[in-house]
Design a protein around this ligand. Structure first.
Ligand SMILES: Cc1cc2nc3c(=O)[nH]c(=O)nc-3n(C[C@H](O)[C@H](O)[C@H](O)COP(=O)(O)OP(=O)(O)OC[C@H]3O[C@@H](n4cnc5c(N)ncnc54)[C@H](O)[C@@H]3O)c2cc1C
Length: 499
């Protein structure tokens, strides 16, 4: 099922790049970052080409919850403790600046995108978390921002406390980004134009798609997950995490504000304009991408049951899910792709807070291209070499990689082909071979080599989405083995089987 955002908008079709062209900046990936960057460059009279492998705005940005806020969970105590007050202050104000810049763009360009000012809250229902929220409130106030501790909020259940960030916002992300695209020259935007290589040739870069190329001085890789493995090695510095969103018509008045819980399971609430009614959006059920256990089917059900417990007349209308990248120290990577690739830029690792971060990233990259100093650039440096703050995650990543590269290759699969039920899939023993098989029906059976085309990790079957997901770095493939999500760049090896 498509997201509400996709179902309620249409974007124009753009042509495919099938020749060799030249410009000042090649932008790879037309999600929120790529589109915002193209807009900012165009405003400054800089020539660009925007290359999208599928349809513009059809990936992560189409499946977000689109809160526009500098409140990224209980994040500021963490930032102050690990990076200091000045760093935390810059982080906070870069996102506050993004909120006002987005509002300015919407108003000045007359973009009809259901933009609404709302306060943002992190709430708790657990005694143990109250003190954390009190501390976070004090820390944020010490940064000069008017956060407030609230004993009560407008949610339909009892909470024990919340931190409020006033004057935040929410919008319809596709209506907004489509509004930006409409201000751009259409002949600079290409769809179905997958970038397969970026090469330095003399003083310029050549960005190659399957059927053409773009020569430019600057390249911005805004592909969500960076598509170049070496240099950069972003796959060693990030993991991907999925969350699920359910939208419902509640048939009664809804609350004011945007909310996220301080405790696990993290649950988030917002409302959205829905004709002359309001939609309720609840998201949660988060898990590391590729961590596909038998409870996967419950991910939507749990949210839906929760909505129905709160609002008995709720009519569930939409469900969608997506994943975002999280860096090892939880701070996004924005700026130079690698010291070895001058004039190539990256923006990734938004930790599910990509609406403001997209603007922060686009502004830093456009400032770099224009030669303007950015006050915020240093805190997001993508080439930073810092002591790892998140030891637990790096341990998990290394363990999983080792497991998939070595152990899974020598351990036989548990499921026998005969035991695989119709409508399900898995890594199975098929005539002594280890294959990834999906039995769509008695006559339609799809088989692949169950190893990720990125670094060879063993894939896990996702029975909810009918996809093959990589537990190492979050690449995903459909049941036929076609690539859905990076960092992998190739399809899976397909295998013909005979019964
Ligand atoms: C469930 C969920 C809820 C979220 N809610 C919020 C929220 O409330 N507020 C908030 O601030 N953030 C939220 N986020 C985060 C936010 O949605 C993302 O960080 C943001 O949308 C990322 O935008 P992007 O442009 O980087 O990526 P994308 O939108 O994925 O765009 C990248 C584009 O690059 C293209 N591409 C990839 N490879 C190539 C290639 N080789 N050649 C050409 N094109 C390519 C892709 O097709 C895609 O269109 C949420 C995330 C999740 C997972």
């Amino acid at each position: 099922m498509n997201s509400y955002w996709l179902e309620s908008t249409n974007t124009k079709d753009y042509s495919k790049l099938d020749n060799d062209i030249e410009t000042e900046v090649s932008i790879v990936g037309a999600g929120m970052v790529g589109v915002t960057l193209a807009y900012l460059l165009h405003q400054q009279g800089i020539k660009f080409v925007l290359l999208e492998k599928d349809k513009v705005l059809s990936s992560t940005t189409a499946n977000t919850t689109a809160k526009i806020t500098s409140q990224h969970g209980l994040f500021y105590s963490y930032l102050i403790q690990n990076f200091g007050k000045e760093f935390a202050q810059k982080y906070l104000y870069s996102h506050e600046n993004a909120i006002s810049s987005i509002e300015y763009i919407i108003k000045s360009q007359n973009i009809d995108c259901d933009f609404e000012k709302q306060d943002a809250y992190v709430y708790t229902c657990s005694e143990e978390k109250v003190q954390e929220i009190v501390t976070e409130t004090e820390m944020v106030k010490a940064l000069g921002f008017q956060a407030e501790f609230c004993n009560e909020v407008d949610l339909p259940f009892k909470t024990l406390g919340a931190i409020k960030f006033p004057n935040q916002a929410q919008f319809h992300p596709i209506k907004y980004a489509k509004g930006l695209l409409e201000k751009l020259p259409a002949d600079c935007i290409y769809e179905n134009s997958k970038v397969v290589d970026v090469k330095k040739e003399g003083q310029h870069y050549k960005t190659y798609t399957e059927n053409g190329s773009v020569k430019s001085k600057y390249v911005a890789i805004t592909t969500h997950y960076p598509i170049i493995d070496f240099p950069g090695v972003y796959f060693m510095k990030m993991y991907q995490d999925r969350s699920y969103v359910v939208a419902a018509d509640i048939k009664r008045d809804l609350f004011q504000g945007m909310y996220i819980s301080a405790e696990e399971p993290v649950t988030s609430f917002r409302t959205a304009k829905y004709g002359d009614k309001r939609l309720l959006l609840v998201s949660g059920s988060k898990h590391k991408s590729g961590d596909n256990n038998s409870k996967l089917d419950d991910n939507y059900k749990n949210i839906e049951n929760y909505i129905k417990m709160l609002y008995s007349k709720a009519n569930i209308l939409y469900r969608w899910n997506t994943q975002d990248c999280i860096t090892l120290d939880k701070v996004p990577y924005i700026g130079e792709y690698s010291k070895l690739m001058p004039n190539v830029f990256v923006a990734t690792g938004f930790k599910k807070w990509g609406m403001t971060t997209s603007y922060v990233a686009a502004k830093i990259i456009s400032d770099k291209i224009l030669g303007v100093d950015s006050v915020y650039e240093d805190i997001y440096s993508s080439t930073r070499v810092e002591p790892i703050k998140n030891i637990k995650e790096i341990g998990n990543m290394l363990k999983q990689t080792a497991h998939s590269l070595v152990l899974n290759k020598i351990t036989p699969p548990i499921i026998k082909y005969e035991d695989l039920k119709i409508g399900t899939g898995g890594v199975v023993n098929y005539k002594g071979m280890k294959l990834g098989i999906y039995k769509k029906s008695e006559d339609e059976v799809y088989a692949v080599k169950p190893y990720c085309a990125h670094l060879g990790c063993e894939l896990s079957w996702n029975n909810l989405e009918k996809t093959w997901d990589c537990p190492c770095h979050g690449s995903r493939y459909d049941y036929e083995g076609n690539l859905l999500n990076e960092p992998s760049k190739k399809n899976l090896e397909k295998v013909k089987i005979e019964e």
